[in-house]
Design a binder for this molecule. Structure first.
Ligand code: GDP
Length: 141
């Protein structure tokens, strides 16, 4: 079993798509291990996206990610990281395959509904950024 960090971004929350997108993840076989509603600030959004801090879109990305609440979710499934990225589709909805979450719901390359970890090391960092071990359900028993 593998885990990945999904975030339903502020555009997803604003458009009242939380339920629809989570329903899709469940239908694709992902189990929810942890979930919460949070509002990032420029410090936390900047830390989370530190890998992009030299990119020209960094400031816009931080502004967008702090523009409203978002929903980090830990999802579990075999091959979760790669399979999740297939379900959400390419970063830019214009380039995403038909039927992917971003193709169906996203407005732009920036406001693209959801985040997903891109490798095991980033998944470990990103899950730990939002959740303590005690918040992951299997550790509660
Ligand atoms: P992801 O792994 O598919 O989310 O894509 P990246 O890791 O490359 O980028 C992180 C996030 O930054 C994306 O999901 C977008 O929200 C945003 N982003 C990426 N490229 C651009 C861009 O060219 N312009 C803007 N404004 N935002 C971008």
């Amino acid at each position: 079993m593998q885990r990945t960090l999904a975030i339903l971004k502020p555009d997803c929350v604003r458009k009242n798509l939380i339920g629809k997108v989570i329903k899709r993840f469940e239908a694709e076989g992902f189990k929810i291990v942890a979930m919460k509603l949070v509002k990032l600030n420029s410090k936390t959004a900047g830390e989370f996206y530190a890998v992009h801090k030299e990119r020209p879109f960094f400031y816009d990305l931080v502004s967008f990610m702090t523009s409203g609440p978002c929903v980090p979710i830990v999802l579990e499934k075999e091959n979760a990281i790669e399979d999740y990225r297939k379900v959400i589709g390419a970063t830019d909805p214009a380039e995403a395959d038909k039927g992917t979450v971003r193709k169906m719901y996203a407005d732009s390359k920036e406001q693209n509904i959801c985040h997903g970890s891109d490798a095991p090391e980033t998944a470990a960092f990103e899950i730990g950024y939002f959740f303590s071990g005690k918040e992951l359900v299997e550790n509660m028993e």
